[in-house]
Design a protein around this ligand. Sequence first.
Ligand SMILES: C[S@@+](CC[C@H](N)C(=O)[O-])C[C@H]1O[C@@H](n2cnc3c(N)ncnc32)[C@H](O)[C@@H]1O
Length: 502
Amino acid sequence: MLPEKFKERMRAYLSEKEYEEFISSFDTDERYQALRINELKSDVLSAKEMLSYLGNNVPWEKTAFYYNEDPANMVTPGKHPYHEAGLYYIQEPSAMSPVCFLDPKPGDKVLDLCAAPGGKTTQIASKMKGQGILITNEINRDRARILSLNVERMGISNALVTNEDSAKLASVFEGYFDKILVDAPCSGEGMFRKNDNAADEWSMENVKTCALRQEEILDNASKMLLPGGRLVYSTCTFAADENEESILKFLCAHSDFHVVKVDAFDGMDPGRAELISPELRASLEAKDKALFEKSLEQIQYSIRLWPHKLKGEGHFLCVLERDGELLKESSFVPGGRNIPAKPECIKPFETFVMESLKFDKKTFELKRGNIYCRLESGQELKGIIFMFGDQMYLAPGDMPSVMGLKCMRPGLHLGTLKKDRFEPSHALALLLKKEDVNIAFDHDADSDDIKAYLNGQTIRAELSGQKGWALVTASGLSIGWAKAAGGMLKNHYPKGLRINYA
Ligand SMILES: C[S@@+](CC[C@H](N)C(=O)[O-])C[C@H]1O[C@@H](n2cnc3c(N)ncnc32)[C@H](O)[C@@H]1O
């Protein structure tokens, strides 16, 4: 049931005809499901061949496709081993649009400020191709944990996952990022169609509270952006208080920012300046008339996604840029670089690399905690190896250290040091390709063997004397480690992730 006050407000927002179209979109059963291919794991063409149920492309995200869940015909992508292998991320189609306009590139320094569970972070990482710095943050600890698991599942090597508020981050990362995404906490009206309970918690008071929080988050985000940098603001709500009004307040308080006119896709609408309240207009105009008029003029360049106009739920986004020229040469690393691990810590890892991985020996270098290792698949392990207690991580040389920050994952987790032994991590398994290891056991992703493995059971294998760490792959995609010894293949799939497919 939609709240009466919500309907009343929407009726005031829209013409009679449009209100009817909008409101009847809640009565249809038509909902759009989509998934996005993780290009860190597979190119889109090969993945499409593996996932025969995929339908049309999501127009604004070339790596994403619509599908219809159909358990009777085994089309349940969230429950398939490919999901555990990180081949794709299931994401609401409209929610994919902000990252398309953020346009992250390999080598960028990107912040995803409100990131859990990680839909947009994993989309950003897929586009960065493991190059550059991605800092992904979530204020809620339990949600930050889920974000961190999704970063692991998708095989992301260049991300730092933090659990901070925006003010704390702004105090460390002032003027550091090329690109920032603020996918703001909001009243979630755009989710009313998808999630039956979403409307239960709705109130006009909550809309106002969200708007205040957004103002604070946006202000902190702006401090962290370089001149010439891009900031995308998005919500999944229809309330103008949290959309056009948030942007207008921001522009009137930050005269060095402007809205970028971007090419919207078919079905996307311009933002609606006419929804901004007379009270807000008057108060902003009284402060600085010229800035107010200049800001108001730009609201039309923000974008609204309406469920009755495209194949997706309600969303709002606005692409902002900070005036100035983007200078990328700076070697400044806020908080300082990570301190390389000591040789005695690195030694067991080096032994693991020599015994278990396939790589180009001619270009391999491991000196003073800095590694360059070109794996057989062509992907590289490179950067600084550092310790976090007994856990070993790898991050790009210019990745900020996490000194003073609450951190869930300071880079690629390589593994654990156990006395003088190194035990590789699940994150490393999910990064590696089948051809990167000396021992791999591949089974069809739909086989009972893979289901048994993901359930923690010992798996069948022809060992013929092989010993050591073995990568288990599902139709060629890595899903975890096993250890071959004494003719057995011991399952090392993490206990907390095990799945019972029965
Ligand atoms: C819309 S959700 C993010 C969805 C995410 N970007 C994705 O694509 O999966 C907004 C997130 O902001 C978080 N949040 C709430 N208050 C916050 C604050 N003051 N600062 C930063 N994040 C906050 C919420 O916990 C929530 O996880």
